[in-house]
Design a protein around this ligand. Sequence first.
Ligand code: OXD
Ligand code: MN
Length: 596
Amino acid sequence: MEQIRNGKFIEKENMPSNEHVIKWVNEMAAMCKPDKIQWLNGSEKEEKELVKEALRVGDLIELNQKKMPGCYLHRSALNDVARTEELTFICTENKEDAGPTNNWMAPKEAYEKLSGIFNGSMRERTMYVVPFLMGPKGSMFCKVGAQLTDSVYVALNMKKMTRMGKIAWEELGNTNNFTRCLHSKSDLDIKRRFICHFPEDNAVWSVGSGYGGNALLGKKCLALRIASFLGKKEGWLAEHMLIMGVKTPENETYYIAAAFPSACGKTNLAMLIPPDSMPGWEVWTVGDDIAWIHIGKDGRLYAVNPEAGFFGVVPGTSMKTNPNAMKTLQSNTIFTNVVLKEDGTVWWEGCGEERPKKAIDWRGEIWQSDSMEKGAHPNSRFTAHVSQCPSASAEWDNPNGVPISAIVFGGRRAKVAPLIYESFDWQHGTFIGATMASEKTAAAEGKVGEIRHDPMAMLPFCGYHMGDYFKHWLEMGKNLHKQPKIFHVNWFRTDNNGNFLWPGFRENLRVIKWIIQRVKEEVDANKTAIGYVPHAKDMHMGGINLTENNIEELLSIDKEEWNEEVKKQEEFFKKFGDKMPKEILEEHAGLKERLN
Ligand code: OXD
Ligand code: MN
């Protein structure tokens, strides 16, 4: 150890020789003033020591190691339970570049304001230097990041969520090409909480939160907001999409990338177990949240999962809804904000087990059996490495990515959107993505249930002007020799009594089957005003209890509802002014015309 300026110590062990890194870490340390700097190497031994430290400072609670080896519970601060979109900023020199859907702050103002909060924020704490890779090592997709954080919980999550450790310094070599991620919990005061992105500097500063999406900076901050900006510049796409491999009984595997807003079942779909009535089908998980998509040499789209782990929503996860996730989280998992049972195991609403008589809720309080409050926070999470998942695809770490045959957009809509429809072509598919709308969920602060437009499920994650983003999508399509087909699904349609019409979960594979049949051009479809809709006869319906009426209703298009939808789209588009590509406006006009 060597003494640094203000009388503190810096550990030299694991320090890379890269001068850009060392200079940056020294500058940030001078501002944050940690007691100690610890450079992480990503080893298992180190992880064990970090767990010990997390237990010592109370960031983790040990769960029953016999029943759940390597599992721990974390409780976040009560005011820090979801992404805070209203405190998330894109800090570009020109306000216009951030666009109308992002909060904007001038970089100079942001650096000054946040420096004031970071100043001394790590006193009496350790600053962990967390090097990480997003994307497979040695791949054209791969990006290097380094996160400085004073949260051992964050450091441990980063170990599960990314390829963390020396591997990242090796990839970086002596270059300066890495995303500088600075994070401090500071005092967790929401008035002093900011998540600022500086795409032009390839940097993220996040202060005042210790919660997942705000604090694990590799995920939404780097892999979506910064990466989408880089993707625009470099000719690729960073998307809020799961990637799944679907093997047919004929032994062919098709890869599908699917975008859904947060907490709409991406993890469930990515880990789906086929229904009994579909023997020979298999689903393999490449990723459950983010896809980086490039054009390959053959002119097709290829995708990788930049992450190496899951930060999955826990409530509602059960052996019935997602057995693979349940098996994933039996060991080596960090739980955030779930119920702690007397036997040192965990519980949550919808886990399929009876509510415990005596337990401690996510707030850390005794949870009486008659309490009306939820025991687990609706946005409680599990963090586990991909390798834990029984359905992890052999291709999940393939440096070349997987070829994408279909893109799926999905929203949570009680009405309007049918179970499935297909776009006429790439341009129309881009329009369908751009007009996605969904009910709000607990993954972000705000009113749950409200409908909001969420283009490509990227509204909270696009690091630049969304008008330019739509244009980038259109350009990407033009550069493809073979465009994947684009679909829209809605698992959440209800009847007039508010009951879901579609059973969802594993039965969703029936819809995926139709998608693959369309890709293979095996079935034709109904050409409607909104796109191609399946003939009811082509939907595999064996083994579920749906009447023909139900199926008709699921696939039906109500002109009045759609006319209303078109008006709302028009309102939404006004936001983008003349940045809205004319092709999208043409598609909108075309839809309007077809409806009438
Ligand atoms: C997530 C989210 O955590 O979308 O994946 O909020
Ligand atoms: Mn997500």
